[in-house]
Structures are given as structure tokens and as C-alpha cells.
Write a protein of this length. Sequence first.
Length: 150
Amino acid sequence: MLKSRSSALVSLALVFLSGSLIGALSYRLYSLSTAVQPASRTGNLPPREDPETIRKRIVSDMQQRLLLDEKQVVQLNGIYDETRRQFDELHKKANSETRALWDDQTNRIRAILRPDQLAKYEELRKQREEERKKRKRMDQNGPPLLPPGR
């Protein structure tokens, strides 16, 4: 009786430990294959459509669903043209204001630096600008392909 009871406990312990081990390994494999990454970095997103193509699709969809007549389509296109012009103006204004802030910041930093620090600061700025351009190129071209097994 004692032997059967101890063998049952050992068997139960082995089943429990093997289940724990398999569960841990399964979780590890699952978490590796489903690691959270931004979709734009993983290449899962389709390339962006041209804004003009999107606009044509929207106008066509509205024309069909709302049964717009030709006059309304012309008016709708005029509304889209005016809105695009306003957005472009807003972006230009925001970009120029942002650039002015950056320039002011840079000038204020230069004003507090000694001549020996100023040369290093300009070198640092140049390096950061190159890194920013590199990131921008990567964002435009998509992420580099990962080697197999990653």
C-alpha cells in the first residue's frame, strides 16, 4: 500500500512538472512569434494610397450612395479643393513657426556655450541631423528585412 501511494505521488509530481515545463516553453515560443511591434515597422501595412486616388474613391462612393447630380459633384470637388488649400496653408504656417522655435532654441544654446563647446555642439547638431535624415529615409522606404529566424 505504501509503495502504490508513493508511486502515485511521484507520478502526479512528474505530470505536474512536465505540464509546467511544456507550458513555459509554449508561452516562450508564443511570445516570440507574437511580439508587439508597430505595424508600420513590421511591414504588415499596405503602402499608402495616393491622396488623389483616395479622394476620387470617396467622391465616387458619395456620388453612388447619395445619388449626387453633376452640380453637387462639382460643388463637392470645390469643397475638397478649398479644404486642401486651407490644410496646405496651415501646414506651411505650422512648419515655419516650428522652424522659428528650433532656430531660437539653437541660438539661445549657442549663446551660453564657450567657444570650445560651440565647436562640439555644432558637430553634435550635424550628427543628429544626419541621424534624423537616415530615420526619415527608413520611414519612407520601409523597414529593413530581418534575417530568417527572427
